[in-house]
Structures are given as structure tokens and as C-alpha cells.
Design a protein around this ligand. Structure first.
Ligand SMILES: [Zn+2]
Length: 419
């Protein structure tokens, strides 16, 4: 890794804003947000928009069977290793415009600027990666495309994931035209991703750049609660086996685990599927989606076992059957020290206040870490708001992030003779 602080290729910020605005039109909501689920028609159009720009600017496109796109600039020749940068174009339902799209568009203009710069000698190739289904809103699990690339899942597993209507990822990719046969670059030397923080720490500390040192561990569960459907009127209370009552106890038990840790453990239930979901029928079956996050893997495991024990107790107490499946087991871990140091160095040279932090949210970078040295650059989110149409990052913060990304990438792939 070449650690000189590059003099700084300038990314074309006018091109950045123009492409960012163009992409944000696909799936735009009236309130200024985004509803662009993975492999949907709108996400397909957003991909088309970015891919058109990339081909017009000399990138060659490769698409793998998970729908991941690799836009490649073979600057150092076919045998050289690849430095990748990118993010995702899918959003949560009613999500924001910056989550994911920022990293993709920044990757486009940063890599293009480096490829056109005068006087650089390249020892690595550069590529833009657009990962499939990072959000996990349409297909579970989240970070699916990057998980395949990192070797966590195989292509068959990813392609067989089905949405709530039974449409598989393979079918959805075929409809949008991103069902490829390529496997992407083989030898990946590094991955760097620019992303909004989605939390309040940078803003609170007056910092422009977050050097993401690691990620919180995350355990996610599906609890399947089985009761008995019955009339909500005449059925005696003592005879009711109410799956929704059990689910409600579980939601509160999940919260109580966090309350006992003074904020070290974060817990949430964000979704329940209720059957038959009729106001006059005692719920027969409820699926509860629960998650726990912590920086300490031991504490995370202890809390997970405690939640399982609570579920058993609630089942007995409510006369329901509760079974569970742990669907995500993502331990806390660290990003690459040398890359983090490079990001901090570049920010400092540019006179930007940087701070170290850990990401609570999952990101494609967390997957990529299993395959290559990886790091993330965060820029502030106004009021820490994300996964919300009100998500916002200022132009100044965005431009600082794009410039830092560009300079970090330049340092990773190029040298100036004599420098
Ligand atoms: Zn994201």
C-alpha cells in the first residue's frame, strides 16, 4: 500500500451533483425521499442511469449472478490487483436519498478523475462496485450481494431469496436486466466506501469526516409465535392463546435487555407479521423480527441467550408455541488499520476535522472485510436522521467526503514518479 498523501486529484463536483440528482429521481417520493427497493423497476432505472454514465466515461461493466455491478478501469493492466469503491442503490421503503447513492456516485466521479489525471503511474486497477440488496428490505438477509462477493453466501443462495410476493432475486434481476455471468475482479487489494453516518456523532462533535474503525456486532432473530385463532368476543379470556399478546411481551422483553445495559446493547423489533390480522380474530400466528447490537461480542451473545430464554418463558406463560431462528450473526470487528490511518491523514492534509467512530449499522464494507483490507469514510447526517425521507447531508459535507475518497483512492492505486 502506497502511503504518500497524494497531492490530490480533483473530482468533478459539478458532474457529481448532476449525476446524484439524476439518480435520485428514480423512486423519488413527494416528501423528498426515496422508495427504491432492491431489484425493483425503479432500482433498475437508477442502475441504468449510473451505468450509462460509466460506459460513457470509459468504464467496462461486469455483472455477476447476484446482480452486483463492477465498473472497471484497467489502469495498471489485466494482471494487476483491483482497488474497489462503491456502495448500493437500493433504499428502505420511504428511505432517504443519500444512503448508498452517495457512495456510488462519489465512486464514479472519484475513479474517473483519477483515471484522467496527468502524471500518475498506476500499480493497481480501479473499479466501482454497486452491491445488490444492501438494505434487506425486499430480500433477506441484508448485505446480500456484498456477502456473496466476500464468500459468505453462494450465488444459488442469493438467487433463491424471495420477497414477500414470492418473487426470487433471480427473477427480479432478469426483469431489470442485471442478471450477469461474470464473477467480478479476482484479486482485490482494498475496498473503500464513502457513506453517510446515519447517526449523530459527527454533527455533535463538529467533525466533517468519520474514520470508521469497526462495526458493532449484530444478531437478528425471527420468532415464530403460534397461538390459536378464535373469536375476539365470546372466547373466554382464560382459554385464549393469543400470539399477538406473546409477541407484545417479547417486544418489551427485548427493550428491557437494552435498558439494563446503560446503552451498551441496542435492541429493536421493527416488524411483525400478524395472521390473520383481523380485528375480530385472536391472532393465530405472529412473526417477530428482533435484533440486538453491541460492540462487545460476549455481551451480545449473553443478551441473545437471555432473549431466547425470555421467549421460552413467554411461550409457557401465554400458552403459545414460540420457535426462533437466528438469521444474522455478525460479530463486531475492526476495519483495516493502515487504510483508516490513510483516511485520517488525507482529512488532516485537507484541513478537515476527522474523528474515529464505529458503525452501528451494517454496511457492504462489513461484508467486504472478509475478502480484502477494507475501510469506510463517514460524512455527517443532519440530526442523525436516516432510513427516513428527511435524511440530509449538506453540500459542503458531501463535497469534503468525495474529495477525501478521491485522494485516498489515488494514494492506493497510483504514484507520481519522483514523488
Ligand atoms: Zn447504506
Amino acid at each position: 500500500m502506497n502511503q504518500y498523501a497524494a497531492s490530490g486529484v480533483a473530482p468533478d463536483l459539478v458532474a457529481f451533483h448532476s449525476l446524484f440528482e439524476a439518480v435520485a429521481r428514480f423512486g423519488a417520493t413527494p416528501a423528498g425521499g426515496l422508495h427504491r427497493l432492491a431489484a425493483s423497476a425503479q432500482e433498475g432505472l437508477a442502475r441504468d442511469c449510473v451505468c450509462d454514465w460509466l460506459t460513457q466515461h470509459g468504464f467496462s461493466l461486469r455483472v455477476d449472478p447476484a446482480g452486483n455491478i463492477f465498473a472497471c478501469l484497467a489502469l495498471a493492466g489485466d494482471d494487476a490487483s483491483w482497488v474497489l469503491t462503491g456502495s448500493h442503490l437500493d433504499s428502505q421503503p420511504g428511505g432517504g436519498r443519500f444512503d448508498g447513492a452517495l457512495g456510488v456516485v462519489a465512486a464514479c466521479v472519484a475513479t474517473h478523475a483519477i483515471s484522467r489525471a496527468q502524471g500518475l503511474q498506476f500499480h493497481s486497477n480501479l473499479g466501482v462496485a454497486i452491491w445488490t440488496n444492501e438494505e434487506g428490505a425486499r430480500f433477506a438477509p441484508s448485505m446480500l450481494g456484498s456477502g456473496v462477493f466476500a464468500g459468505q453466501y453462494d450465488f444459488d443462495f442469493a438467487r433463491a431469496r424471495a420477497d414477500a410476493d414470492g418473487v426470487t432475486l433471480a427473477q427480479a434481476l432478469a426483469l431489470t436486466g442485471y442478471d450477469g455471468q461474470d464473477r467480478g475482479p479476482e484479486h482485490v487489494a482494498a475496498y473503500v466506501e464513502l457513506h453517510i453516518e446515519q447517526g449523530p456523532e459527527l454533527e455533535r462533535n463538529g467533525a466533517a469526516i468519520g474514520v470508521v474503525r469497526g462495526n458493532w456486532g449484530t444478531n437478528k432473530y425471527l420468532f415464530e409465535i403460534n397461538g390459536v385463532a378464535a373469536h375476539t368476543g365470546p372466547t373466554p379470556m382464560s382459554q385464549r392463546r393469543d400470539a399477538l399478546l406473546a409477541a407484545s411481551h417479547l417486544v418489551i422483553a427485548c427493550r428491557a435487555l437494552s435498558d439494563a445495559t446503560e446503552g451498551r446493547l441496542l435492541t429493536s423489533v421493527g416488524r411483525m407479521d400478524i395472521h390473520p390480522n383481523s380485528s375480530n380474530v385472536i391472532a393465530a400466528r405472529v412473526t417477530v423480527y428482533a435484533e440486538l447490537r453491541c460492540t462487545d461480542n460476549n455481551e451480545l451473545q449473553r443478551a441473545s441467550r437471555a432473549l431466547e430464554a425470555e421467549a421460552s418463558r413467554i411461550g409457557v406463560e401465554t400458552g403459545t408455541g414460540i420457535a426462533w431462528q437466528q438469521v444474522t450473526d455478525r460479530p463486531a470487528g475492526n476495519f483495516d488499520d493502515a487504510l483508516c490511518g490513510l483516511i485520517a491523514q488525507v482529512a488532516s492534509v485537507r484541513g478537515l476535522k476527522a474523528m474515529d467512530l464505529h458503525t452501528v449499522a451494517g454496511h457492504d464494507s462489513v461484508s467486504l472485510r472478509a475478502r480484502c483490507p477494507t475501510a469506510m469514510i463517514f460524512v455527517p447526517s443532519k440530526d442523525g436522521v436516516s432510513h427516513n425521507e428527511a435524511e440530509f447531508t449538506s453540500v459542503q459535507d458531501i463535497e469534503a467526503g468525495v474529495q477525501v475518497l478521491c485522494q485516498v483512492l489515488e494514494s492506493l492505486v497510483a504514484a507520481r514518479p519522483g514523488a
